[in-house]
Ligand binder design. Sequence first.
Ligand code: XLS
Ligand code: CA
Ligand code: CA
Length: 441
Amino acid sequence: MNEIFNNIPKIKYEGAKSKNPLAFKFYDADKIVMGKKMKEHLPFAMAWWHNLCASGTDMFGRDTANKAFGVEKGTMAHAKAKVDAGFEFMQKLGIEYFCFHDVDLVPEADDINETNARLDEISDYILKKMKQTGIKCLWGTANMFSNPRFMNGAGSTNSVDVYCFAAAQIKKALDITVKLGGKGYVFWGGREGYETLLNTDMKFEQENIARLMRMAVDYGRKIGFKGDFYIEPKPKEPMKHQYDFDAATAIGFLRHYGLDKDFKMNIEANHATLAGHTFQHELRVSAINGMLGSIDANQGDMLLGWDTDEFPFDVYDATMCMYEVLKAGGLTGGFNFDAKNRRPSNTYEDMFEGYILGMDTFALGLLKAAALIEDGRLDEFVKNKYASFGTALGKKIIDGKTSIEELADHAADLKSIDAPLSGKQERLESIVNSILFVNEK
Ligand code: XLS
Ligand code: CA
Ligand code: CA
């Protein structure tokens, strides 16, 4: 088979001083950080859709990048060329996982039976490549938002036929995910939301989404899927009100409908900021609820109000992300680069440089997060902040062994109240800066 990216070498680690754009500056796969190899802390994944499909089309103009990979687009030959390109790309970067939507893999036919036959064929081909290379599937999903049939939603649609179509796509995407040994299965509710309540029965729609998820879980478990189902929260775009607004909303939904044992969160950085949260906030909410599953590693642009899916280069955010991940004991999933090159970055080389940037940013984030934890001052501060709950009365509160009356009596007897400690935000931020920008020897 011919090389597709024939002017791109295998990407190696050369260190922070390297000026070679096609080398890692911080991602040193086998380097040990807090007792584990970098590549074990950072199971990176390639997103099939952005990397192998998206070619720069936006609302105002057509493709700028050529992702035909030498074959006619919209054909099975092209679907296979994308597999070849994807595996060569991952091997050259040392990426061990990929993520996909059903329709990223093959062109959708008018007849679902034909689409499914194409999916069978391509997944055989992918499986062969996986065996040859050791590359694995992180998660699969069904695209239930692009086709016009989903304009009123998939699980939240008003049409029984469309609901069945969504079920059929989930069933097949689960079959393929299981066939490829995927660790997870994602639900991102692209059209699960509404524009106006004048035409929407919100309760009915949410119940129907939950029913579809329940059936998906039952089917998945029946065919031997042992991984996690994920909800990927996003507050808006495409719908004005998305039902899975943020992690707290999605977790509440899962608990309400008894789905919480089978699901975790797939947190995307750009979706967090669209919801008015930091990336770190969404990770913490997921972690403290035992639902931190996987991460879509990208970043948005704070000056733009939409989902720009940029390659992450913000080291501060990556550090705070890795701080949460390390504290949570790692992810059950991985780090999927749901990111695309900017429209004018339209060469093969740019595809590689996007991933090098993202991988280096997270490697640096990992190193800095480990340094923050080893330094210990942040942890120490937070521990001390709540120290008064270590007193006898504090313990009674924590153990649920007191009452409002007893606490009120305590307050009535107080001669003075201990001033709550200073929050020391500026000192803590200064500690973060001093660790982020320390000169490495
Ligand atoms: C879109 C989402 C989507 C999911 C998978 O905003 O990020 O790409 O990750 O359907
Ligand atoms: Ca995503
Ligand atoms: Ca996104």
